[in-house]
Design a protein around this ligand. Structure first.
Ligand code: SF4
Length: 475
């Protein structure tokens, strides 16, 4: 069986909300398209471009900002570095002037209403998140490339051969939880150490450490910003941000100038069960409210589920282990490996597997990493991931109005709390007596994904999305 090599930076990608598959993926696809044009020296000959969105990308693309992502990608803006406050004016310019600056080098006539087509009745067989980009040239030629956004910001192009990164030979090839255990037993290394050995194949350790700490910095900034930003989320559902109010209430209306002072104040406050529960919810709400507001977030493994891992890691820092760069680094390495075996054995795309593929996977990643950080054995780490996923099996994706807000934001609080419970259960258990293994639950998740009605796979054709349509709040 070939081993797909997935790095920690494939699982944790810094970008812009609200969706990794519907925003980040299409954004990257559009960038790939303009890079191809630039590589062939054809940018200046382009007369027009058009994007066609199919399947789930078409059905929930409006709410997920897919059209915005495609336009920014065509302008070759980068999701990692773009100033998020500049997005609205850039899109407003395209919408009002009907002009798009292709790759920042060639101004083209472009009317978004025609330039990005939402083909809600059409889909392509390979994956529900499909899109084609067309370009016409001065000499009458035209090209069309098709891309699939397969979850977590990963993009594959039709007929593309694997990249060098995907075929790299790792010292510890891993496809399954059994593989992880095999290498741990053979080497005596902890899971995070096995992952680090693999990461060392791509780059020097110092670079990996610096990159992972950048990922954590983006996560913590997002959490801090979400806890200190008031107001309503965009999109028309009139969802009020709750991270802000909860943070204020828990800190008795006191405010703190930066992340460090804020953490110290939380640590100095109540450590009761309900306070800790409130704080974990607050951390998760804050991240996903930022995500819904097109803020800077990190896929973990997706944008919709971006709050679970930061909330659990922040829980660990504040209430268990204290702030320690090395522990944070190791936490994220282990979490990434668990996410990658779900991607290889099942899916991290809600359009393929419903919300079990997003919140379920993020909860399993967080549960495993927390268990290791708290001193669990390798088997307990895998057991924690199994427990977390077992109790997300069958979870559907039915975002109201196609927005990543309801049920998504609250669902991150549930994923975080379940991760902590799963970790505690595993730490109090003897894994040798476990009946269900992590590999079995991954297989079951995939089978459940295949059996799930497409109404519940990020189409907004079923569930809450139908019962509570946009603009008609239930109460
Ligand atoms: S319901 Fe779950 S999978 Fe669907 S968009 Fe929301 S967070 Fe993502």
């Amino acid at each position: 069986m070939p081993h797909e090599a997935i790095s920690v930076f494939d699982m944790f990608k810094i970008g812009v909300g609200p969706s990794s598959s519907h925003t980040l993926g299409p954004w990257r696809a559009a960038q790939k398209f303009v890079a191809k044009l630039a590589g062939e020296n054809r940018l200046q000959q382009v007369t027009h471009v058009q994007v066609l969105l199919y399947g789930s990308l078409a059905k929930t693309g409006h709410g997920h900002g897919t059209d915005i992502a495609c336009m920014l990608g065509l302008c070759n803006e980068d999701p990692v570095t773009i100033e998020v406050n500049s997005i609205d004016p850039k899109i407003e310019f395209i919408r009002t002037q009907h002009l798009l600056n292709l790759s920042g080098k060639k101004m083209l006539p472009f009317n978004p209403a025609e330039g990005v087509q939402f083909l809600i009745k059409e889909s392509l067989p390979f994956h529900p998140n499909a899109m084609s980009i067309l370009a016409g040239f001065e000499n009458g030629d035209a090209i069309c490339e098709t891309y699939y956004s397969i979850g977590g910001g990963f993009v594959v192009q039709e007929n593309e051969t694997p990249t060098a990164m995907q075929v790299v030979q790792l010292p510890f090839p891993i496809n399954t939880a059994d593989d992880i255990l095999h290498w741990c037993i053979k080497t005596g290394l902890a899971i995070n150490e096995v992952v680090l050995e693999n990461e060392n194949t791509w780059r020097p350790e110092a670079e990996t450490r610096a990159g992972v700490m950048k990922v954590w910095e983006a996560m913590q900034n997002c959490m801090y910003r979400g806890c200190h930003t008031n107001g309503y989320l965009p999109g028309g559902l009139n969802v009020k941000r709750r991270g802000y109010d909860l943070n204020k209430r828990l800190l008795q209306n006191k405010s703190y100038a930066n992340y460090t002072e804020w953490v110290q104040a939380i640590q100095a406050g109540s450590q009761s069960f309900t306070s800790i529960l409130d704080w974990v919810s607050c951390f998760a709400l804050a991240v996903n409210e930022e995500n819904a507001a097109f803020g800077r977030v990190v896929t973990a493994p997706t944008n919709g589920a971006a709050g679970v891992i930061p909330a659990v890691l922040q829980y660990y820092i504040v209430f268990c282990g204290g702030y320690d760069n090395d522990k944070i680094f190791r936490f994220l390495l282990t979490a990434s490996e668990i996410g990658s075996i779900f991607k290889k054995g099942a899916t991290i795309s809600a359009a393929m597997g419903g919300c079990q593929a997003e919140i379920g996977v993020s909860s399993a990643m967080a549960a495993a990493a927390l268990t290791e950080a708290l001193g669990g054995t390798q088997k307990q780490v895998l057991m924690a991931a199994e427990i977390a996923m077992e109790h997300h099996l069958g979870l559907t994706c039915d975002p109201i109005g196609g927005l990543v807000q309801i049920p998504c934001i609250e669902r991150n609080t549930m994923g975080a709390i379940k991760a902590i419970t799963a970790s505690q259960l595993a730490l109090q258990s003897t894994p040798d007596f476990a009946v269900v293994s992590l590999d079995k639950v991954i297989r079951t998740m995939w089978q459940t994904a295949l059996d799930m009605n497409s109404k519940y796979k990020e189409t907004s054709d079923g569930g809450l999305a139908v019962d509570v349509p946009l603009g008609l709040s239930e109460c």
